[in-house]
Design a protein around this ligand. Structure first.
Ligand SMILES: [Zn+2]
Length: 389
């Protein structure tokens, strides 16, 4: 788009846009991609992100695997690799080694690897961003693991640590439903469950970056045991593990059951289309749990849009959405419902790795070093001008 179009879209003055664009051009982040005729005036330069300027890495550490994805500077996905993690009691060293192996595999895949400008790393649970520390991960009972400094010994690039709920919300804000609205909730349903929150167009993190741990709010007093050690958490009902539990409650010998929790969810989705009674009832109960828990969220936040994402939503899709909507309609307050759009995630690709790469891009753009040469060049130019005048 042209500078004029950017000014119109952002509400910034043309002069401000021109200054910022000049810096971004000089830093190689943008390039002029052509010219567009304008009525009566000079042709307008068309600007584009310089995708070849460097690469960004998005890393999603999930319970059973690590996914590493390489993006260009325009955040187009280039290549990805998924590596399995050992089944139980995974140590930080094993996760660090797996991440490093994933990044190396992607780099080995090409003859001339692009310079990597940064990597975003998402680990489940509570994360302290500034220090790059995994404060608590319920999956592996990690406490205060300095993930970023451990990784820095293996990966020579700027590293940004966060959690998958925040990454999913940012992916939705940049590439999905969040492009259209300012107040957004992004529910992630997979091994872990939680919500990413955007308020007035900005990601809401809370005092210690732990906002959104909705998976561990109580849905059923005295209910199912949750991994966090408490009883009746939302996560114990609507995560992949929760769905396995629901199938087991309905029929403990169901052929839908499988050692892999993720496989059970995709089997339920397939069996639902064939009218399998256990699958049909599992989806109905899951929607009931999800609708009740979501109605509370909606009454609290009054968002314009609630997005359902993650493996469970990807597999169960429309049937889950439709039935959840019915439960929400019974439970949420009328004023809350009036403003609400409920939808499945439409982010292209994998939201967590995309969001993680977005954190790396934000880091790169916020890094003074990116524009250090530009600023130094301007100072030198000003000084030279001062001497001649
Ligand atoms: Zn819990």
């Amino acid at each position: 788009m042209s500078r004029q179009e950017i000014a119109a879209a952002t509400g910034l003055s043309f002069a401000t846009v021109a200054n910022l664009v000049a810096e971004l051009l000089e830093a190689g982040v943008l390039l002029e991609s052509g010219h567009e005729e304008s009525k009566g005036g000079r042709p307008r330069a068309q600007l584009a992100v310089n995708a070849q300027r460097g690469a960004l890495v998005g890393i999603d550490v999930a319970e059973t695997s690590v996914r590493v994805e390489l993006f260009d500077l325009a955040l187009t996905a280039l290549r990805s690799v998924s590596l399995p993690l050992p089944q139980a009691g995974v140590s930080p060293e094993e996760v660090i080694a797996t991440i490093a192996a994933g990044v190396e595999a992607l780099m080995d895949d090409t003859n001339s690897p692009p310079p990597i400008l940064g990597a975003g790393v998402c680990v489940p649970g509570l994360v302290e961003r500034e220090g790059g520390v995994s404060v608590f991960s319920p999956y592996w009972s990690w406490r205060d693991v300095p993930v970023r400094s451990l990784l820095a010994e293996r990966l020579p690039m700027p590293l940004y640590l966060d959690n998958p709920l925040k990454a999913s919300a940012v992916a939705e804000m940049w590439f999905g439903a969040g492009r259209e609205v300012e107040n957004l909730l992004v529910v992630t349903l997979r091994s872990g469950v939680g919500v990413g929150i955007a308020v007035d167009g900005a990601l809401y993190r809370g005092a210690t970056n732990s906002a959104g741990e909705w998976g561990h709010t109580c849905l059923v007093p005295g209910g199912r045991e949750c991994r966090c050690g408490r009883l009746g958490c939302v996560e114990a009902y609507v995560s992949t593990r929760g769905i396995v539990e629901t199938v087991r409650e309905l029929d403990e010998r169901s052929p839908l059951l499988d050692p892999e929790e993720a496989t059970v969810v995709s089997s339920v989705a397939r069996a639902w289309t064939e009218g399998n009674p256990v699958a049909v009832e599992t989806v109905t109960r899951t929607a009931r749990y999800l609708g009740l828990a979501s109605a509370d969220l909606l009454n609290l936040f009054n968002p314009q849009t609630l997005v359902l994402g993650g493996w469970v939503a990807d597999c169960l899709g429309e049937p889950l959405l439709r039935q959840t909507r019915e439960v929400i309609a019974e439970r949420a307050l009328p004023a809350t419902l009036q403003a609400l759009t409920l939808q499945l995630s439409n982010v292209p690709g994998q939201p967590v790795t995309l969001g993680a790469a977005t954190f790396a891009l934000e880091g790169f753009l916020n890094d003074r070093a990116t524009f250090g040469a530009v600023a130094a060049g301007r100072r030198a130019a000003r000084a030279a001008k001062g001497r001649t005048s």
